[in-house]
Write a protein that binds this ligand. Structure first.
Ligand SMILES: Cc1cc2nc3c(=O)[nH]c(=O)nc-3n(C[C@H](O)[C@H](O)[C@H](O)COP(=O)(O)OP(=O)(O)OC[C@H]3O[C@@H](n4cnc5c(N)ncnc54)[C@H](O)[C@@H]3O)c2cc1C
Length: 394
């Protein structure tokens, strides 16, 4: 077992760390305020190859290297967790196309995504039920000749409006329950596809989320990614999405810890002493340091496992513990800052707001825990609200 990064991993970390300090940190506050997506930054990130880390060279990428993706995400998140979530969700959508797409779909969509010429989005959540969408999904796709007719709406979709390529979940067979959900690749600008309300969120604000509306949107049959997509998607995504949220949690928590450490050394309180001289502050810093370091090890462990490991527990732990730790560390950092930390003069209030959102993105943390426990207990990973058994695959 080797806990050291190799030379190329260290070089990637340093390159992204320097880039984030130079290009992202100075504008992160402004983009948080405006709730806009920082396209200039994203284009420069594309120049570093950060959008191609999950894609093989055949499709224009420089991967697939999940470990490198996690290293890069931590560094981007330390400067802007919102931007890191946008990068993670685009990466997850393109990884899904790589895992399940036809050769034509991969050749058509992946090179543009890998080069960072455009973003992707993954659209599952709906206004009528988010966490339980496999059971409650209303969006439908009906085959009509050479196209699927897509109707319904999605909400809180990362990169909504900014992305050119959307992997959209819709029911193709209502009889099959969760197994009757398909994934379709929808392009921005397809007739019948429009954007609804943009969200004014508490945190993660440069991860622009908005509603997507589909009204008789004809999606070419060749854009069907997969029928019965949920289980193959879960298998393909656990090893990517879960550690990715964890890596963002690590970056966020590290930024909060670094800010708190610098602050307590400077902040003079009584009788010429600084905050750093108080035991309670020193305890807090030790606690925060342990959470950051433990979280990173969990992310690295998950990213070191085979991508489709039959044991998904490490991936789920990496998607849970670092997100909870980020909330705790951001909370402690804010406490150490006192009232200054509660103002927008310092970034800790943003870390605090961003950390809260991490436990909601894609799957609420309670559900991540439930799925993990149910797998351990040998139960089906999800049951509908109320506990009725899930629909059986036909
Ligand atoms: C920053 C951000 C980005 C997002 N990006 C995307 C995206 O790109 N694509 C996408 O599809 N969605 C996205 N989402 C939406 C996210 O996936 C949903 O918020 C999440 O699935 C929960 O759905 P909901 O908010 O409708 O909560 P609800 O389903 O209304 O649930 C509310 C709360 O109830 C609890 N709960 C619900 N059901 C259960 C259950 N069965 N067992 C235990 N507890 C339960 C949970 O605590 C949950 O948080 C994003 C959300 C955020 C905050």
């Amino acid at each position: 077992m080797d806990f050291e990064l190799n030379e190329s991993q260290k070089m990637l970390r340093q390159t992204v760390r320097d880039f984030a300090a130079r290009e992202i940190s100075p504008i992160a506050h402004d983009f948080d305020k405006s709730g806009e997506f920082p396209w200039d930054c994203a284009r420069k990130m594309a120049g570093l190859g950060l959008f191609g880390l999950l894609t093989p060279p055949d499709y224009g990428g420089n991967g697939p290297d999940r470990f490198a993706f996690m290293i890069a995400l931590e560094e981007v998140a330390a400067a802007s967790a919102g931007l890191a979530v946008a990068m993670a969700m685009s990466g997850a959508a393109s990884a899904l196309v790589l895992a399940l797409g036809s050769d034509e779909q991969k050749a058509k969509y992946l090179p543009r995504l890998a080069k960072g010429e455009c973003l992707a989005a993954l659209a599952a959540t709906e206004p009528g039920g988010g966490a339980n969408y496999p059971f409650t999904m209303q969006s439908s796709a009906r085959l009509d000749g050479d196209a699927y007719v897509l109707n319904g709406s999605k909400c809180f979709i990362s990169n909504g409006g900014e992305a050119d390529i959307y992997v959209v979940m819709a029911r193709t067979d209502p009889q099959k329950g969760p197994m009757g959900i398909a994934g379709l690749i929808v392009e921005k600008g397809m007739p019948g596809f429009s954007l609804g309300k943009k969200d004014d969120k508490l945190g993660l604000r440069s991860d622009v989320t908005c509603e997507l509306v589909f009204q008789d949107c004809r999606v070419p049959r060749s854009n069907l990614l997969a029928e019965g997509i949920l289980m193959p998607m879960a298998a393909a995504m656990a090893g990517i999405a879960m550690p990715a949220f964890g890596a963002i949690g690590v970056g966020l928590a590290r930024a909060a810890l670094d800010a708190a450490t610098a602050y307590v050394k400077e902040r003079a309180v009584a009788f010429g002493q600084t905050l750093a001289s108080f035991d309670s502050v020193q305890y807090a810093l030790a606690d925060m340091t342990m959470k950051v370091e433990a979280s990173r090890l969990l992310v690295y462990q998950a990213a070191s496992m085979p991508e489709r490991s039959p044991d998904v527990t490490p991936a789920f732990i990496a998607g849970i513990y670092p997100c909870e730790a980020a909330m705790e560390v951001a909370h402690q950092a804010l406490q150490v800052f006192g009232t200054y930390g509660y103002t927008a003069d310092f970034p800790v209030e943003r870390y605090f707001r961003d950390a809260r959102g991490l436990s909601l993105v894609a799957q609420p943390i309670e559900l991540r825990k439930l799925v993990m426990s149910r797998i351990r207990l040998g139960l089906p990973p999800m049951t509908p609200p109320g506990g009725a058994p899930p629909a059986r695959p036909q």
